[in-house]
Design a protein around this ligand. Structure first.
Ligand code: PRX
Length: 633
């Protein structure tokens, strides 16, 4: 079957299509209803069925591949390197599940995971899935204020963490940040389970803090059966940024997600059982959930979990892993490739890469020079894929497992099966059907399996944030601009909201603004994303100081800029730190007081500011132009 027909079936004969895909996983009870869309925009997939993600990722493979590699852990930070077979992974996950049960964790309880890239993080996620606890993994690069807001919202019974992470040889202590976050949050976890890597000293709170090795070690061996869960039960939440400062808990189900991942591994990601998958993301991001932990394991593949930089000890490290573990498919982000591009290209030729069939890239726009450089260097297809935390798996790409198709540079590809992708006019919501018309990328419901169910604890916010009624129907907004060419290939042109994408990390400018505003000498602030050759975008802040009298010379400005950056580091984490903080006496606003963000961004990027008829005081923008001037010219 060609892809066009495969796709059409997924939309026109939805239930039959997905009933077939559902056979890719194990069910305890088979689903009774394939797609329940009786309360739009909510969609319930495979209702009546019972299954378990951990069973499908681990136990299911014991029959055929118990002694084959499942999880390959490599840290170039600590020198640790260890392969866990499916049998060993099964043992580790059960021990972790037993420890969680000891701490009173039951089905439906939340477990927040704030961990570096260590094997225990994957054990913890799978252990939660096993017993039906809802995990909420928070990116280890976030600091105490980001973490506190997530603890507050997820209300976890247990938090699993570690003494420290390490990046580029620099130890980053997690425990003090965690303690501070718990102090800031009104919700307090009953227990904290801590992996001690011996990297940083930890102060322990008696009665609350427990040692991972000690608690899991008590259960050797442990037998904790998988809890059979309703397909529509909640598997996990993952926080992501949007227009408001408050992060949203993207909530996912069990059965739909398992089917979506199994199908995507088969049709998109070359998921051959017994082969090795290497995704360079982090478990704190959606790519880590779907394509480090669950997807490859569900497909019966070995998955590499890598802690470290792509260029340390040298820029050949990833390719040496491809050679050593015979990696068949790799998944990374354009930023990482741009980092490698600055290094000696000989590293791409140093290792035997004959096992590698494709490199998948996602998370941010893939520019043509980067795509060409890595494609020529590796000699394998580069497959761009566009999706979101909300979707859980690709919305636009090429499904080479269904039909081999060529990619077009600059385009992530065509709509994936199950996604009824449209372009609509920004304000009227009318569908745009002519080639090369720019509009907002939307998805007409029902959304496919694996897609977010709702915003954790806030159905209303889910509907209000994402869904809009356009003439005749309700559509989900991706908040991305796009165009489609005459062959049906889409091109993504950036976000329509205040989300920025720094080195593939999705950040809300409002969160950064809130953090900067907490500095005593900040009266007002605007943060915008500006184009950056390496990171795709960088956050740039424009601040009106409360007391500008001290900001008379460059030294004073640099001092305040440094203080503000430090504050963001401490509150949100270094990923959110603005690349520059500029000082102005007023910010460009409309006469009704709305910040003119798009105009600020345009000027900061050296572009034309566009329509300024509503601006209150044009001199505000002129100040920014003057500040940028010497850099731009
Ligand atoms: O703006 C789009 C951009 O990243 C956003 C989603 O980020 P996140 O929720 O972190 O999920 C990443 C999952 C891969 C999108 O709204 N984006 C993601 N992939 C691409 C992209 N922009 C252009 N091309 C892509 N391939």
């Amino acid at each position: 079957m060609g892809y066009a027909e495969f796709y059409r079936r997924s939309i026109d004969d939805r239930d039959a299509f997905w009933a077939e895909q559902a056979r890719l996983i194990d069910w305890k009870e088979p689903p009774r209803t394939i797609c329940d869309h009786s309360h739009p925009p909510f969609t319930r997939w495979f209702a009546g069925g019972t299954t378990n993600l951990c069973h499908n990722a681990v136990d299911r493979h014991l029959k055929d591949r118990a002694d084959q590699p499942a999880l390959i852990y490599v840290s170039t930070e600590t020198g640790a390197e260890r392969t866990y077979t499916f049998r060993e992974l099964h043992g580790e996950v059960q021990r972790a599940a037993a420890a969680l049960k000891d701490l009173g964790v039951q089905k439906g309880d939340r477990v927040l995971i704030y961990m570096p890239m260590i094997a225990e993080a994957a054990f913890a996620m799978l252990a939660c899935a096993r017993i039906g606890a809802i995990h909420s993994v928070v990116f280890g690069g976030f600091a105490s204020v980001s973490l506190a807001s997530r603890i507050e919202d997820a209300t976890p019974k247990v938090i699993i963490s570690a003494d420290a992470g390490s990046r580029g040889g620099k130890v980053l202590a997690y425990k003090p940040l965690l303690d501070e976050a718990i102090r800031l949050s009104s919700h307090k976890p009953e227990s904290v389970l801590l992996v001690d890597r011996g990297l940083a000293p930890m102060e322990r709170v008696a009665g609350r803090d427990h040692d991972w090795a000690e608690l899991t070690g008590r259960h050797s061996p442990a037998a904790v059966p998988c809890e059979w869960l309703d397909s529509t039960a909640i598997s996990y939440t993952i926080y992501t940024s949007g227009t408001t400062g408050r992060p949203k808990g993207v909530q996912r189900d069990v059965g739909g997600y398992a089917v979506a991942l199994a199908a995507s591994m088969k049709h998109i990601f070359l998921g051959e059982p017994g082969e090795t998958y290497f995704s360079t993301s982090d478990i704190g991001w959606v790519v880590g959930h779907s394509y480090i932990v669950y997807g490859p394991l569900i497909a019966g593949m070995a998955t590499i979990m890598y802690e470290g930089l792509p260029i340390r000890p040298d820029a050949g490290i990833w390719w040496s892993l491809v050679e050593k573990y015979k990696v068949s498919a790799m998944f990374s982000a354009p930023t990482a490739v741009r980092v490698l591009k600055k290094q000696d290209p000989a590293f791409l030729k140093k290792y035997d890469l004959s096992s590698l069939k494709a490199l998948f890239l996602a998370g941010e726009p893939l520019d043509e020079p980067t795509a060409r450089w890595i494609s020529d260097g590796l000699g394998v297809p580069i497959i761009d894929n566009y999706w979101q935390t909300e979707s859980g798996w690709p919305i636009l790409t090429i499904a080479n497992g269904v039909e081999k198709k060529s990619s077009k540079f600059g385009s992530p590809g065509v709509p994936m099966y199950g996604y009824d992708v449209k372009l609509v006019h920004e304000s009227t919501g009318e569908e745009l059907t002519r080639p090369d018309e720019k509009g907002v990328v939307v998805i007409e419901g029902p959304t496919p399996p694996g897609f977010m169910q709702t915003v954790w604890g806030d159905d209303e916010r889910f509907v209000k944030t994402y869904w809009q009624t356009v003439p005749g129907r309700m559509v989900y907004s991706t908040f991305d601009w796009g165009i489609r060419d005459e062959d049906g290939y889409f091109y993504i042109l950036g976000r329509t909201d205040d989300v920025i994408n720094v080195a593939g990390h999705r950040l809300g400018t409002r969160e950064i603004e809130e953090s900067i505003s907490s500095h005593p000498n900040v009266a007002e602030v605007a943060v915008v994303g500006v184009a950056d050759p390496l990171k795709g975008q960088a956050a740039m802040a424009f601040v009106v100081a409360r007391d500008a009298s001290a900001l008379t010379d460059d030294k004073a400005k640099l001092k305040l800029e440094g203080d503000i950056m430090k504050l963001v580091d401490e509150q949100l984490g270094a990923v959110a730190r603005p690349s520059r903080v500029h000082f102005v006496n007023l910010l460009p606003k409309t006469r009704s007081g709305k910040l003119l963000r798009r105009a600020i961004q345009a000027v900061a990027e050296g572009r034309d500011a566009g329509d300024l008829t509503t601006i209150e005081d044009p001199s505000a923008l002129q100040q920014i132009r003057d500040l940028m001037g010497p850099i731009q010219k």
